[in-house]
Design a protein around this ligand. Structure first.
Ligand SMILES: [Zn+2]
Ligand SMILES: [Zn+2]
Length: 335
């Protein structure tokens, strides 16, 4: 098969990805072999290619928003069959035995492994996934539309739940990219009032199209106090701004892996009246299953831009340069 491999991490302009010939992988006893049909391009893939994330598997194949079809099963797999359509996401394995896993917080497992970082992912004709970490996908939605839901969608959904937004609550979204525009669709479908705070003009138009009640600059005050807010922009300077926009008892969740330093907080204006600041770390499989169910029920759709799998390196360059709107998705043009 053909697969993309990160030979040595470097800026994508210097072509760290090589398109190589490899044997089709053999699934372990508890794994599925998946024929890749579509794979979303996530900013984390850029971090893997450029070395912002340390190398965990030399020559790794990136890609963790995979929609494909089961092409083979390991000897111990009983709940999937050849021909089933499945999704492969970022969280690949946990130990299942640590205190975090046992209390339902497997997203915090210190021995967790990730698709397209610890193990080869979906920038290839075939990939593998432990059966316990594969997602069943809703029917009637095409592969390309589903792919971005598997990372951007699930993480945005966990961030939404981390705000503990009350029914009919007022939600502020700081930044409005791939993850936020999916999160907004769930919040709106559940009856929330959504205020979007971003500088980007195209993102503001998309927010209004989707049903946001207001769009303002990231540093502006929203038109009403917020019960919950999510920081999608990786900008620590916005944290006190968002905390001040919260109503009493409001919760701010920071969705990103990276955030620039948070400036000093003023206790009375930023935290008193039981405001809370929370982080979001990866997701559990329960988050993923809940989100995919809600996405199907509410018709959540990603705005997508497709590339053939054989152009994956260009897709990453275009992502870095901001050359497209919405989420890039690779489509297997080889098999
Ligand atoms: Zn664990
Ligand atoms: Zn991702």
């Amino acid at each position: 098969m053909r697969a993309w491999s990160v030979s040595a991490p470097a800026p994508v302009e210097d072509d760290p990805l090589r398109f190589v010939e490899r044997p089709v992988p053999v699934p372990a006893d508890d794994e599925l072999l998946v024929h890749v049909r579509a794979c979303g391009v996530c900013r984390t893939d850029l971090h893997v290619a450029e070395g912002d994330l340390p190398v965990r598997r030399p020559g790794v194949t990136p890609g963790h928003e995979v929609v494909g079809v089961v092409a083979g099963t390991g000897a111990a797999v009983t709940d999937f069959a050849v021909g089933d359509r499945v999704g492969v996401a970022w969280l690949r394995r946990t130990d299942g035995t640590c205190a975090y896993c046992l209390r339902g917080a497997e997203n915090l497992c210190p021995r967790s492994e990730y698709t397209g970082w610890n193990a080869d992912g979906g920038y290839a004709e075939y990939t593998t996934v432990p059966a316990g970490f594969a997602y069943r996908l809703p029917e009637g939605v095409e592969d390309v539309a589903l792919a971005p839901l598997l990372c951007a969608g699930i993480i945005g959904y966990r961030a939404l739940r981390r705000t503990s937004l009350p029914t009919g609550g007022r939600l502020g979204l700081y930044g409005f990219g791939g993850s936020a525009h999916l999160c907004a669709q769930v919040a709106l479908a559940e009856g929330a009032t959504v205020h979007v705070l971003t500088r980007d003009a195209a993102a503001r138009r998309l927010a209004l199209d989707l049903g946001a009640a207001s769009v303002r600059d990231a540093y502006d005050v929203p038109p009403e106090p917020l019960d919950g807010a999510i920081m999608f922009a990786p900008v620590g300077d916005l944290v006190p701004v968002a905390l001040r926009a919260l109503d009493r008892g409001g919760i701010l969740a920071v969705a990103g892996i990276h955030l620039s330093d948070v400036p000093a907080l003023h206790y009375e204006t930023d935290l008193f009246y039981e405001k809370e600041l929370r982080s979001v770390t990866s997701n559990t499989r329960a988050d993923g299953r809940e989100f995919l169910g809600l996405a199907a029920r509410h018709g959540v759709r990603a705005t997508t831009h497709t590339y053939p799998l054989s152009d994956a390196a260009q897709a990453l360059k275009d992502l870095k340069a901001g050359r497209f709107d919405g989420a890039a998705v690779l489509v297997n043009d080889l098999s």
